[in-house]
Ligand binder design. Structure first.
Ligand SMILES: *Cc1c(COP(=O)(O)O)cnc(C)c1O
Length: 248
């Protein structure tokens, strides 16, 4: 028998590994959600994942959400923006995304809120925090988080803050990777003490194909998985993901 290498099989396998990692970390199975990341993959692959039960998909470019939105409208997909978003693309996300996990600066929050008001919509938002020391990675510096959350609570009512997101350092050193995840959870725990009205921080989006088990051990509630479900991307990560160099 040949190995079943379909998207459905890989999805099922990832869900199993997520639950195994949760149980291994003394957590409840089902307590960690999966966000399949469909960036660079087309309609056919996404339809396969939908047929296998997936409804939310992560994308790192507003243009890509825009180009997939209409052709896949019949699937009832919730599009989740997980990549660096330029302020001038806020309109697409306000119109088509159900959530943004890469909220990392006030200028963007204000642009999104303005567009969301125009659309008569509100979306969930996770604040992307920079937990690694790599120079070019996006994300809010952790020390700015308290003020940022207070301003979001006051100024951008259409962004429902639900938690934090991070990308770990892109390095083979698992201790360094783990330290990024741990620092996000600790930062969240400290922020809970501040109890800012209207700000919820239950969700921690951390972990990708290469490091999600470590992230789950450190308290991730949601892992963002692309390669392990859809396969390798045709373009290198430095093409689609400018903050990360491919081949590392
Ligand atoms: C591409 C991407 C992922 C998924 O990465 P894989 O290594 O393919 O699982 C997760 N998060 C973000 C922000 C991404 O851009």
């Amino acid at each position: 028998m040949t190995e079943d290498n379909s998207i459905a099989a890989r999805l099922a396998q990832i869900l199993r590994r997520i639950d195994e990692a949760a149980v291994g970390a003394g957590r409840t199975p089902g307590s960690v959600a999966l966000l399949p990341v469909s960036k660079t993959f087309g309609e056919a692959a996404i339809r396969e994942a939908v047929a296998a039960g997936a409804r939310r998909f992560g994308e790192n470019k507003a243009q890509e959400i825009r180009s997939k939105y209409e052709p896949l409208a019949d699937c009832g997909i919730d599009w989740v923006m997980i990549g660096h978003l330029q302020t001038n693309k806020a309109k697409d996300v306000a119109r088509m995304a159900s959530e943004i996990q890469s909220l990392d600066r006030m200028e963007l929050a204000i642009a999104l809120d303005k567009r969301l008001q125009q659309e008569g919509r509100a979306i969930d938002a996770l604040v992307q925090v920079k937990t690694s020391t790599e120079p070019s990675k996006y994300g809010l510096p952790p020390e700015q988080l308290p003020d940022f959350l207070r301003r979001l609570a006051r100024e951008t009512p259409t962004l429902r803050v639900r938690g934090l997101m991070t990308l770990a350092i892109n390095a083979p050193d698992q201790d360094a990777v783990r330290a990024c995840f741990r620092s996000l959870r600790q930062l969240r725990d400290r922020m809970l003490d501040e109890a800012i009205d209207g700000i919820e921080l239950a969700r921690l989006s951390m972990g990708m194909s290469g490091d999600f088990e470590t992230a789950i051990q450190e308290g991730s509630t949601e892992v963002r998985i692309g390669t392990a479900i859809f396969g390798g991307r045709i373009y290198g990560d430095d093409h689609y993901w400018p903050e990360k160099k491919s081949g590392a």
